[in-house]
Design a binder for this molecule. Structure first.
Ligand code: HEM
Ligand SMILES: *[C@@H]1O[C@H](CO)[C@@H](O)[C@H](O)[C@H]1NC(C)=O
Ligand SMILES: *[C@@H]1O[C@H](CO)[C@@H](O)[C@H](O)[C@H]1NC(C)=O
Ligand SMILES: *[C@@H]1O[C@H](CO)[C@@H](O)[C@H](O)[C@H]1NC(C)=O
Ligand SMILES: *[C@@H]1O[C@H](CO)[C@@H](O)[C@H](O)[C@H]1NC(C)=O
Ligand SMILES: *[C@@H]1O[C@H](CO)[C@@H](O)[C@H](O)[C@H]1NC(C)=O
Length: 491
């Protein structure tokens, strides 16, 4: 008995020594929270935006918090972001990404470190699929699938309205069209039925944030495992054969994994991760955009006016050349939507001690083994010093008086390089950005010009944000916004 107590005492002491940390003069303000080991993990996971705002009021633009045994230094001054984003020697992206991949997708890919230059070359080859002529081809395929999915979904005649939640409407349509474009080839031709992939994916999506945080309840863990397994099976044929109808991007991705000796099972897991990266954000973004338009009649009118001046897309898959579309109003509407609803973390692991030089002249020490986290949603995106009344949707926030694109925003009297960052930044920013923008623009254009879409309740407000999604890309609503639609008379 005494022996056990002694051992316990020793263990507690050892634990204290190992985890004890006091702040030195050069460290950022330290806030460990009251709960041992866990620190602020619960509050952080529940509503990261609220929590980080509270910390910011208490400590300023930089501070270190303890989260589930790790120390995370949070930096919230956009003027200083580049010192983190551009230093890939001291601040490593891959380690934390690999932790997440393992937790969310049960995925372990070989580490590229020894052949870094080669890995970069290969990554570049993959990115090329989303640029130039390849992008134009993807664009056309996407446009064709979008049109078909919309026609499928719409009621046949012009009298009957169909009612549905706008989130489900946007997410399911864009997911199915995007899945066919990148993963599945033609419907009913050796590709898995897109709607069954969507149904399974939605279940998985609902558990992803908990998977990443390791907070699943036992029965949720069982569901997560079985849904994940089912998705691996559904995705297994995608991109295996040249004639499977999947995109050349996916075929190249599979080939690259094969060359690195990744077995077929791991390849399927990697393909699920790509499904998440390529399809997880577009639908929710389109939902918020349409929702803000429907609840802001002035914005809706402005976009419709701009679109009515452009009659191209009707025939985009046959005649019209893929000339860039000039849609400053729509672009501002999208930028404003993403400002309010895109909330990724940018996380790095400190692999060697680094002195962080802040834009205001302060210097802080980053300790090896800690993590650094930027949260652009907090600042610049929802920072009242940068964007006046940040909680308010202003469709023309990113337009100048003369109708040109507005790019000059200030903090502390200095012009900002990053005034909104929905796509991440640096080498790990979104590679599908242009494709995503083109897709959302086409979708909104098709819906507004060929269909009547309106709120079921004209006084309905936008649903609240589900606060557990902060840090995971696009936010999702709590509940949905009920809309009704039918083909329009002029169609
Ligand atoms: C509104 C829509 C989208 C948003 C807001 C968005 C945002 C992001 C962000 C913030 C990242 C960085 C993640 C990180 O740092 O770990 C990212 C990565 C990525 N995105 Fe997107 N994305 C969107 C749509 C798309 C689309 C349509 C595609 C492709 C078809 C795509 C492909 C990717 C890929 C492949 C990566 C991983 C890049 C890497 O290997 O590091 N995204 N996206
Ligand atoms: C979600 O959307 C799909 C396809 O648009 C539809 O079949 C399904 O009934 C919708 N679900 C709900 C709950 O509205
Ligand atoms: C589907 O794939 C199988 C095996 O890859 C092939 O034998 C069959 O001909 C394909 N069917 C169609 C309709 O392409
Ligand atoms: C919020 O999102 C989480 C994780 O996706 C989900 O488990 C939860 O049900 C959502 N809450 C609501 C009210 O939709
Ligand atoms: C199915 O795919 C094959 C090979 O890509 C193609 O030749 C055939 O026309 C497709 N069939 C349909 C019905 O789309
Ligand atoms: C993609 O399509 C849209 C609409 O058709 C067009 O505005 C855009 O320029 C296209 N992108 C490329 C790279 O062709």
């Amino acid at each position: 008995m005494i022996w056990t107590l002694f051992l316990l005492g020793q263990a507690a002491l050892l634990y204290f020594i190992l985890t004890h940390r006091s702040r030195s003069k050069r460290d950022p303000p330290l806030d460990k929270g009251v709960i041992p080991w866990l620190g602020h993990a619960l509050e952080f996971g529940k509503d990261a935006f609220k929590f980080l705002n509270r910390m910011k009021l208490k400590h300023g633009d930089i501070f270190t918090v303890r989260v589930a045994g790790r120390y995370v230094t949070v930096l919230l001054d956009p003027h200083s972001y580049d010192t983190v984003i551009k230093d890939s020697d001291s601040l490593d992206f891959n380690r934390y990404a690999q932790v997440l991949m393992e937790k969310m997708f049960n995925l372990r890919l070989p580490c590229h470190q020894p052949v870094k230059a080669k890995a970069i070359m290969k990554k570049y080859a993959l990115i090329m699929h989303f640029m130039g002529l390849n992008l134009a081809a993807l664009n056309r395929t996407m446009s064709r699938h979008l049109k078909a999915s919309l026609t499928d979904e719409m009621p046949q005649n012009q009298k009957d309205w169909k009612e549905e939640g706008l989130f489900n409407f946007s997410y399911s349509l864009l997911f199915k069209a995007g899945y066919l474009t990148l993963f599945g080839g033609e419907p009913n031709n050796n590709s898995t039925e897109p709607s069954s992939v969507y149904d399974e994916y939605k279940k998985f999506d609902g558990l992803l944030t908990k998977l990443a945080r390791g907070t699943l309840k036992p029965e949720e863990r069982r569901t997560a495992r079985s849904v994940r397994r089912r998705l691996w099976e559904l995705l297994a044929p995608a991109g295996l054969a040249e004639d499977s109808g999947s995109s050349t991007w996916l075929q190249d991705y599979r080939r690259l994994l094969q060359e690195e000796g990744v077995n077929e099972e791991m390849q399927n897991k990697a393909v699920l991760m790509q499904l998440w990266a390529t399809q997880g954000n577009v639908g929710p973004a389109a939902f918020w955009l349409l929702g803000y338009l429907l609840t802001n009649p002035e914005a809706l009118a402005a976009v419709k006016r701009e679109f009515s001046g452009i009659s191209m897309m009707e025939t985009s898959d046959t005649s019209s050349p893929d000339r860039p579309m000039d849609t400053p109003v729509f672009d501002s509407v999208l930028e404003e939507t993403l400002r309010m609803t895109a909330a990724p973390f940018i996380t790095r692991e400190v692999v060697q001690e680094k002195t962080l030089h802040m834009a205001d002249g302060q210097e802080y020490l980053l300790r090896k083994g800690d993590r650094v986290c930027l949260f652009p949603f907090n600042s610049p995106q929802m920072d009242p010093e940068i964007h006046h009344e940040p909680q308010k949707y202003k469709y023309d926030r990113f337009l100048n008086q003369d109708g040109s694109v507005k790019k000059d925003f200030y903090k502390a009297g200095r012009l900002l390089k990053y005034y909104t960052m929905p796509w991440g930044a640096g080498t790990n920013g979104c590679v599908g950005k242009q494709f995503a923008i083109d897709t959302i623009r086409q979708f909104v254009f098709m819906v507004l010009s060929n269909y009547d879409l309106e709120l079921c309740d004209p006084n309905a407000q936008m649903p609240e944000v589900n606060t557990s999604h902060y840090g995971f890309g696009m936010l999702q609503p709590e509940g949905d916004l009920l809309v009704r639609y039918k083909p329009s008379k002029t169609n």
